[in-house]
Ligand binder design. Structure first.
Ligand code: BEZ
Length: 211
C-alpha cells in the first residue's frame, strides 16, 4: 500500500555516492527530504539536481538532510555528477542512492508502472525528526519540481509543529498565519496574548509567532 501522511518512513540500508548508509541512523534528529528522479544523464533531472545542490545552505539552515535516488547505479551517479557541476555550476553536495535493485523505490512506491515501468517517478517525501512522513508528492518525468516550494512547505511544517497555527494559501515565511481550528478563543488568549483579527469566527489571523 502507498505510504500516507503520518506513516513511519520505511528504514533501509543503501549504497550512495557518499557510501553505504542506514536511512534512519543517517537522518538522526534532522528533518529529511528523500526525492527520486527518473534517470541519470537526462535534462530535467540535471537541472533539478543542480538546483538542490545550490539550495543546500537553505536546507542546512532548516536542519534538513537531503538525499536523492534513482534506479541507476552509484557509478553512473558519480559520472553524471561531473556533468551536473559543469552545466549547473554547483557540485552535488548530498548523497544519491543507487537503487538498481529497486529496494528503496519499492518501499516508497516510486515506480508507477502505468507511467513507466523501468524508471522512478519524481517523488518527494518530507520526513520529520520523528521519522513520520509529513508530505509526499509525485510529479511526472516531464515536469521539473520547484524546490523553493519544498522549502516553503518545510517552513510551514516547522512553524506549525511549534505553534498551534496553520498557514494560508501562498503563505511565505514571515507572512500572517491562521489560528488552528481546534483552538478555542480562550486557549488562543493564553497562546497568543498579543491578539489576533477575527475575520470570521473560523478565520482568525495573526502575525507569525516567533518573528
Ligand atoms: C528528464 O529528466 O529530462 C527526463 C527523464 C526521464 C524522462 C523524461 C525526461
Amino acid at each position: 500500500m502507498a505510504l500516507r501522511l503520518g506513516d513511519t518512513a520505511p528504514d533501509f540500508t543503501a549504497d550512495t555516492t557518499q557510501g553505504t548508509l542506514s536511512f534512519h541512523e543517517w537522518l538522526g534528529d534532522s528533518w529529511g527530504v528523500l526525492f527520486s528522479h527518473p534517470k541519470d544523464f537526462t535534462p530535467v533531472c540535471t537541472t533539478e539536481l543542480g538546483r538542490v545542490a545550490a539550495l543546500k545552505p537553505e536546507f542546512d539552515k532548516r536542519n534538513v538532510k537531503v538525499i536523492g535516488l534513482s534506479v541507476d547505479p552509484v557509478p553512473s551517479h558519480v559520472e553524471w555528477e561531473k556533468d551536473i557541476e559543469e552545466t549547473q555550476g554547483t557540485a552535488v553536495n548530498f548523497p544519491m542512492i543507487g537503487d538498481s535493485d529497486r529496494k528503496v523505490s519499492d518501499l516508497y512506491d516510486m515506480v508507477h508502472p502505468n507511467a513507466n515501468d523501468t524508471m522512478t517517478v519524481r517523488s518527494v517525501f518530507i520526513i520529520g525528526p520523528d521519522k513520520k512522513i509529513k508530505l509526499s508528492l509525485t510529479y511526472p518525468a516531464s515536469t521539473g519540481r520547484n524546490f523553493d516550494e519544498i522549502l516553503r512547505v518545510i517552513d510551514s511544517l516547522q512553524l506549525t509543529a511549534q505553534y498551534k497555527v496553520a498557514t494560508p494559501v501562498d503563505w511565505k515565511n514571515g507572512d500572517d498565519v491562521i489560528i488552528g481550528g481546534a483552538v478555542t478563543n480562550e486557549e488562543a488568549q493564553q497562546l497568543f496574548p498579543g491578539g489576533w483579527t477575527t475575520v470570521k469566527p473560523y478565520l482568525r489571523v495573526l502575525a507569525q509567532p516567533g518573528k
